[in-house]
Design a protein around this ligand. Structure first.
Ligand code: 8YV
Length: 327
């Protein structure tokens, strides 16, 4: 009798040649098309799976795993894993993994790019030019804010936050950060970053970058009260998760001149965008692409594949996935 192999579900089209490695160990069920699944469709796919490789699009909680008795491991392609209910998975004995490190530098690059685009009005200026509005060169057109010599604030000083801080020294920026816990002195020295309280960070930053992991405790931590503490010329950049920012309060601040500009790569209801943000000129909007270099996205999938194989008890690291996550 031929023993059937464990079955893994790959929720979205990733890189076929990278994902192919799963086929050495498992029966692989995948899709050709980018798919928006309903919660019930996710439950249905998981009910027949022993393992899964998923992206942030797939929200998985107790309802999705209730009918999945065989499910042992879920490998998330991404460093953030707020799409997974980790306590619920742990209670069911399902191992969850993520993909840290491989995306750090690419995401830090993008945070910097978004900050520059917002501060120097790059996308706004391009739209204006393409609309044919550039009729005569004007000394006072599209004036923005400087990065060099300014104060950079970083909220969330994990690997990506530290990567952004390192880049800032090339722009001669003063770097302040706030984090759940203060970093060791050696890291502060190496990143040339100084720890300050949350309110001081808000008050001092000329450019504030959000890089903290999302949890319900920091839901809308950037709200009207926080925005009111910022400089009216400041730039706010979010490459973390949309839910960290109260988008209506941000739209109010940007529209009223309470805040200079914003650069947003993530949104609370993405891919739906708050229409008030779409109507504003002083916000740069990108579709959650901070980790999106070809090399990095391939590396993320490769690491998620490693994690899934190991978490399913196969391969050279059987039982020891490199990146397990806990609540
Ligand atoms: C990914 C991200 O593109 O890693 C993260 O947390 O937000 C992005 O880098 C996304 O998670 C893909 O699932």
């Amino acid at each position: 009798m031929v023993e059937s192999r464990p079955r893994v579900w790959v929720s979205q089209p990733l890189f076929d040649d990278v994902v192919a490695r799963l086929g050495e160990y498992f029966e692989v069920v995948s899709t050709r098309d980018v798919t928006e699944y309903s919660p019930a469709q996710i439950a249905e796919a998981l009910s027949r799976a022993d393992g899964a490789l998923v992206t942030l699009n797939e929200r998985i909680g107790s309802d999705q795993i209730a009918g999945a008795p065989r499910l042992r491991a879920i490998a998330n392609v991404g460093v953030g894993y707020n799409n997974l209910d980790i306590p619920a998975l742990a209670r069911a004995g399902i191992v969850a993994t993520n993909t840290p490190e491989v995306l750090t530098e690419t995401t830090a690059d993008f945070g910097f790019a978004l900050m520059m685009a917002a501060a120097r009005r790059i996308t706004e200026a391009e739209r204006w030019l393409r609309e044919g509005q550039w009729r005569q060169w004007s000394f006072q057109a599209m004036l923005g804010a400087d990065l060099h010599g300014s104060t950079l604030g970083i909220l969330g000083m994990g690997r990506i936050g530290q990567g952004i801080a390192r880049r800032a020294s090339g722009f001669d920026m003063k770097v302040l950060y706030h984090n759940r816990s203060r970093l060791p002195e050696a890291v502060e020295q190496e990143t040339r970053a100084s720890y300050v309280g949350f309110d001081e960070l808000l008050a001092q930053a000329d450019h504030l970058v959000l890089v903290l992991p999302y949890s319900k405790d920091n839901h809308h931590v950037i709200d009207a009260r926080a925005l009111a503490k910022m400089k009216s010329t400041a730039t706010l950049v979010n490459i973390a998760r949309g839910g960290i920012v109260d988008e209506d309060a941000l739209a109010d601040a940007l529209a009223s001149g309470r805040l200079g500009a914003a650069g947003l790569d993530v949104f609370e209801g993405e891919p739906a965008i708050n229409p008030r943000l779409l109507a504003l000129a002083n916000v740069v909007l990108t579709p959650h692409i901070a980790s999106g270099s070809l090399a990095t996205r391939r590396a993320m999938v490769a690491l998620a594949v490693d994690n899934l194989i190991a978490a399913m008890g196969q391969g050279p690291d059987a039982g020891r996935p490199p990146n397990p996550v806990s609540a």
